[in-house]
Design a protein around this ligand. Structure first.
Ligand code: AMP
Ligand code: GLY
Length: 428
């Protein structure tokens, strides 16, 4: 079989490495891929949102199955177009991808079907939103742009000034363009955060091991929000009891709600959860694997990924067993100095050959292949180590990261620290 994977980050590299374990696959193509993916798939030029280019490649190379991985092509309907051309694909329809593409859609869905989430108000004009914010007594409040915003559309405002500033940036300065036509003003939730990635074919839902992302750039959750600086899995805050509760109150009700709305969801559904004093609540849905979460979670999979993706597409997920190994993983992101703000690129990456071959994966996120591997993005590499327990996984990821160098490279020094503190206090 020939497979086309859309995207070119660490998540796509993780997907491709996993797919390559399947001997039925003769060749993988990636659009656009990256410097590390180049060794494992044929990289084809094109932006991940270029539906026409994807369809042309599918024809030209005789692709049998496509994996649409990032949010924007999904929201823009790439999976629909590929299916319409007669080729099966992994990834939700545009209608189903609204669960991520519009926060207003997802909030209304949760409200209508009583899925626990932060209470909120929706505004489509600056003045009414400002009036509402001025009437707020309790801070912080959370202000979210409705549409996709490269993961930067959420503001946590600690006072009226910050709230007004956020609102101006979204609705007046239009920093996210059309995505800021509407805003959601939402109650601030507290508690440990958990990510759960789940395969679903709209009838059956199969969660993968839970995980914990670290979104801020600096240690101790300081600094700007990023796409994610590191992940550990499983998340020790997410007990078996919580998992059962989430299945009953969140996961199953969500796929049911999507079916009732005429938008059955097929693909990987990302649940961003907050374990509040009142129980687990949804912070956000994404219509795809998380990045870097996928880099920490996919290495758990024992069942062949292509078989799962095909079962999802053919709506027979209930017929296959999705097996995961036990243990723990840590994915540490090596980033370019300055990220998530301005950073330099083109720096040679050295030491990759010294990284252990055992239970260790190097996922390329922002690299290009020139004479050797050079940096080309903000998040450059994800180093994932799998071990028997969390501490060994975290120690392993830090040990391997020390072998790698590029100019300006930085990484957080405390990935997994919170999780280990939690594990330790809970088990006392
Ligand atoms: P998102 O871009 O939706 O992933 O949100 C970014 C981050 O903002 C989340 O990972 C949370 O840490 C935080 N966040 C979003 N919504 C809320 C909320 N209602 N209460 C507290 N924190 C939130
Ligand atoms: N790591 C967060 C996301 O993929 O949206």
């Amino acid at each position: 079989m020939k497979i086309l994977v859309i995207g070119g980050g660490g998540r796509e590299h993780a997907i491709i490495k996993k797919l390559r374990e399947n001997p039925r696959i003769s060749k993988i193509y990636a659009m656009p891929g990256n410097g590390g993916i180049e060794g494992e798939a044929q990289c084809l030029p094109g932006k991940p949102v270029d539906i026409k280019a994807a369809l042309a490649y599918i024809q030209e190379y005789g692709i049998d199955f496509a994996v649409v991985s990032p949010d924007d092509p999904l929201v823009q309907g790439m999976a629909d177009s590929i299916r319409a051309s007669g080729i099966p694909a992994f990834g939700p329809s545009a209608k189903a991808a609204r669960i991520e593409g519009s926060k207003v859609f997802s909030k209304r869905l949760m409200e209508k079907y009583s899925i626990p989430t932060a209470s909120c108000e929706v505004f489509d004009g600056f003045d009414p939103a400002l009036d509402y914010i001025r009437s707020q007594k309790q801070y912080p409040v959370v202000i979210k742009a409705d549409g996709l915003a490269l993961g930067k559309g959420v503001f946590i405002a600690r006072n009226e000034d910050e709230a007004e500033g956020a609102l101006r940036r979204i609705m007046e300065e239009r920093i996210f363009g059309e995505s800021g036509n509407r805003v959601v003003v939402e109650e601030f939730l507290e508690g440990p955060e958990v990510t759960v990635l789940a395969f679903t074919d709209s009838k059956t839902i199969v969660p993968l091991p839970s995980s914990m992302d670290h979104k801020r750039a600096g240690d101790g959750d300081s600094g700007s929000n990023t796409g994610g600086m590191g992940v550990i899995a499983p998340n020790p805050c997410y007990t078996e009891e919580t998992a059962e509760l989430c299945m009953k109150t969140i996961f199953l009700p969500t796929i049911d709600a999507m079916n009732r709305e005429g938008s059955p969801f097929k693909g990987c559904l990302y649940f961003g959860l907050m374990l509040t004093g009142e129980g687990p609540k949804v912070i956000e849905y994404n219509c795809r694997f998380g990045d870097p979460e996928a880099q920490a979670v996919l290495p758990f999979l024992e069942t062949d990924l292509l078989s799962i993706m095909q079962a999802v597409e053919e709506e027979r997920l209930a017929e296959i067993e999705v097996r995961c190994r036990s243990g723990a993983s840590c994915c540490l992101v090596l980033a370019s100095g300055g990220y998530p703000e301005a950073y330099g690129t083109g720096f040679p990456v050295t030491g990759l050959e010294n990284v252990s071959q055992k239970n260790t994966w190097i996922f390329h996120a922002g690299t290009a292949l020139k004479d050797g591997i050079v940096s080309s993005g903000g998040r450059v590499l994800g180093i994932t180590v799998f071990a028997d327990n969390l501490k060994a996984a975290v120690d392993g990821a830090y040990r391997e990261a020390e072998k790698i160098r590029f100019e300006g490279m930085y990484y957080r020094k405390d990935i997994g620290k919170k999780a280990m503190e939690w594990l330790y206090t809970e088990s006392m």
